[in-house]
Structure formats: C-alpha cells, structure tokens
Design a protein around this ligand. Structure first.
Ligand code: PLP
Length: 397
C-alpha cells in the first residue's frame, strides 16, 4: 500500500524465492547422500513466517457497486459485503503468506478441505461504526483479536500476533469504510467478520497443515430501531442485546434449554468462538422460536446453572435475600461461556459507575457486581419472591 509496504512485500517474495532455491539445491545432494543431509536441509530452512500486516498487497476492485439502503432487502440479507476482503494463507512449513486485500468474492476450496468435514474453523464478530462526529471507530478490537487467537488454538489452527490481525481489520476499514459507511449515515455500523478456516485438503482426522484467514465486512440489520428487533431476531441468531430488549418493549422471551441440548461442558470448547459451537445449537434455537421465544437460555448440569442466552452473555439484576442489589453473570473460570467483549465492558462499567452507588449527587443504591455460577432454581425463587429487578443479554448485535 505505502511505498514501504510494497518494498516489504518484494523483500518477502525474494525471501520465499531464495528459500525455494536453497531447498532445491541441497535436496539433490540429500537424495544422493542419505539422511544426514535431510536434517541439514530442515535446519537451514527459514522459520515459518509470522502474520505481518505491513506486507499487505492491495488489489483494488474494478466493479462499481452501490451501497445498499438501510432496511432494503439487500441490506437485510446479512450477506451484503463491501468491495474488498482480506485473505492470508498459511502453511505449516512456510507460515503466513503476504496478506492480500482484493475484491470481495468466492473462495476456492477443495471438497476435502478440513473445515468442511471437521469444523476446523474459528471466527470473530465486531462492529465498525460511523460516529456522529464523522469518525470511523471499532469497539475494543484488540479484545476480539486476542480472543480469536484463543479460539484458533482450540481447534489446532495457527497462531498469529493479535496486533497484526487488528491492523488488517483496520486496513480493510480504511479502504472500504469511507464508501460503505458514508458520512451521510452517522450512527450506522458494519459488521467485521474475521475467520480462519483449515483449507488443508486431506480427509484424515489431523491437525491442519494449511489454513486461510479472511476478513469480510457485512451489513447486518440495526436492532435499535423500534420494531426492527422483532423482525431481525427472527433472522439473526446471535443478535440479542440490551438494545433488543428495549426495542421489543415486551422484553425477550428465553426458553430454558433441555438436558439433551447442552451448549458447553467442562473440558469442552464453549469459551471459544468456533463453528463447532453454533451448528449444533440451531435445533434448540428453532424449538425456542416455535414456542414463541427469541432465544435459548443455556443451562448446564443437574443444578441447572444459567450460562448464556443464545450467543450472548446473560445478566440478572436482583435483590439478594439480604437486601443488596446485585448484578450477576456466569464466571469465565469454568470455561463454559464465551468471554464477551460486551460482557467485559458491562462489568467494567458497572464496577466503575454503580458499585459506589454513584458519585453522591444522586441517591442511587450501590450495585454489587458478581461473577459466579447461579442456577435456574435461584432465578425461579427470586421471581417468586419478587426480587428480580431486570435481566438482559449482552453481545455484539
Ligand atoms: C460472540 C458471543 C458472545 C458475545 O460476545 P461479544 O464479544 O460481546 O460480541 C457471547 N456468547 C457467545 C456464545 C458468543 O458466540
């Protein structure tokens, strides 16, 4: 992109070419001379390359596409993406290749690609906003990038410096943001979806040796316009938020999961944003919808611990039997729930602003913020005893 970035990518190309050459020459010798040389070749091979956003190569689109109108069928299809996408391929032996920003379009995969069979996939979701001050913003993208590394590791996908992923997301936003989040639409957002998939074409169940990281930016319906939430909830599985609750006025209805529908368990992967968590949750979600609920309230174990709501974190504000006001949500330690960026932000804000009962200028009661396992039975008792103040789901929607 910048002259130095171009120079960098040339350097990298030269390094790769050099590696290929140096690999070829001794290989002949190795064939002639036996194993000792093979070890020497392996030792002389450059280490796999790190993900490096500064070597990004930009191939601008030549298509002229228009930005969909908010509320239009295209906008609401949840598949309308911007002009470009970022892709970076990875192999076990060479590491990450130069990232490319190129026209949005289909990926090419062999039918034997690991991801299509073994769900070797992880993803992230965060919004880029056009502020009322005209600026483009991401919300705590570093947290999403750190979390993607955790998720990637859980399904034997490659590691990367999270900062480099963040730089690639920002590069995509820098190129597509100005057009697709126009200044004439302050307060709007676009959803960034980075993902890593194992492209390794081999049906053996094994750690993938080839993968692809990609980032796309997609329009999703805005849930904070009155009426939008109910319509959108029907089409956006994970999209529940405090905003949704406000917009649907009557509140969210959640169906408690049954014991043959368990989202996550100790030693499992409920804490990772990997495809394997979501496909199997859709039957329960469909049952919830049939029963007139927006989402599933995921319970765990015989004690019916309350964990998450759909693909969002779940909070309850109640009065304890001792009379204190408490904001309670499931803890991270058990690794049953996803460490939501919104969850963390709600907790930070509540601890900062509500714990002391305000700044003394008003008479608001202090709220105790608690991360602990709590059960459906506790919840039911609190309802019976009239101690529930509110409950809400929080996530990027
Ligand atoms: C994505 C997700 C959340 C919410 O995470 P945010 O970072 O707040 O968007 C919560 N639970 C699950 C299961 C999720 O997939």
């Amino acid at each position: 992109m910048s002259p130095s970035a171009t120079a960098r990518s040339l350097d990298d190309a030269a390094v790769v070419a050099a590696a290929v050459v140096s690999e070829r020459l001794p290989l002949k010798a190795a064939l002639a001379n036996g194993r000792g040389h093979a070890a020497a070749i392996a030792a002389s091979r450059p280490p796999p390359a790190e993900l490096d956003a500064s070597s990004l190569v930009f191939m601008p689109t030549t298509l002229v596409r228009s930005v969909p109108e908010p509320g239009s069928p295209e906008f609401c299809s949840q598949s309308a993406c911007t002009d470009h996408m970022v892709t970076v391929s990875w192999t076990e032996s060479h590491g990450w290749s130069c990232p490319e920003m190129k026209p949005y379009g289909p990926l090419s995969l062999l039918p034997t690609a690991s991801v299509l069979h073994y769900a070797t996939e992880c993803f992230e979701g965060l919004k880029a906003y056009r502020g009322f001050d005209g600026k483009l913003r991401l919300f705590r993208p570093d947290r999403n990038c750190n979390r993607m590394l955790v998720s990637s590791a859980r399904v034997a996908l490659p590691g990367f410096p999270p900062r480099e992923l963040e730089k690639l997301m920002k590069a995509l936003l820098a190129v597509d943001g100005p057009k697709w989040l126009p200044r004439s639409r302050p307060g709007t957002f676009i959803y960034l979806r980075p993902a890593i998939i194992a492209t390794h074409p081999a049906l053996g169940v094994q750690k993938p040796r080839e993968a692809l990281l990609f980032i796309v930016a997609c329009f999703l319906p805005c849930l904070d316009e009155p009426g939008a939430a109910t319509a959108a909830v029907a089409t956006t599985p994970q999209m529940l938020s405090p905003v949704t609750m406000k917009a649907t006025r009557a509140g969210l209805k959640l169906l408690a999961s049954s014991d043959d529908m368990i989202r996550a368990w100790p030693g499992g992967y409920g804490y990772a944003k990997i495809g394997a968590n979501y496909g199997p949750s859709l039957v329960a979600q469909a049952i919830a919808r049939e029963r007139g609920c927006e989402q599933i309230l995921w319970l765990f174990g015989e004690d019916c611990y309350v964990t998450e709501a759909g693909a969002s974190n779940f909070f309850v504000v109640w009065r304890t039997r001792e009379g204190a006001v408490e904001l309670v949500t499931a803890p991270l330690e058990e690794k049953l729930i996803l460490d939501g960026v919104t969850r963390g932000s709600v907790l930070d804000l509540a601890r900062e602003r509500l714990c002391g009962g305000g700044d003394g200028s008003d008479e608001k009661e202090a709220v105790e913020v608690v991360e602990r396992m709590f059960t459906m039975f506790e919840l039911a008792e609190a309802v019976e005893e009239g101690r529930i103040i509110e409950a809400f789901a929080a996530g990027t929607a």
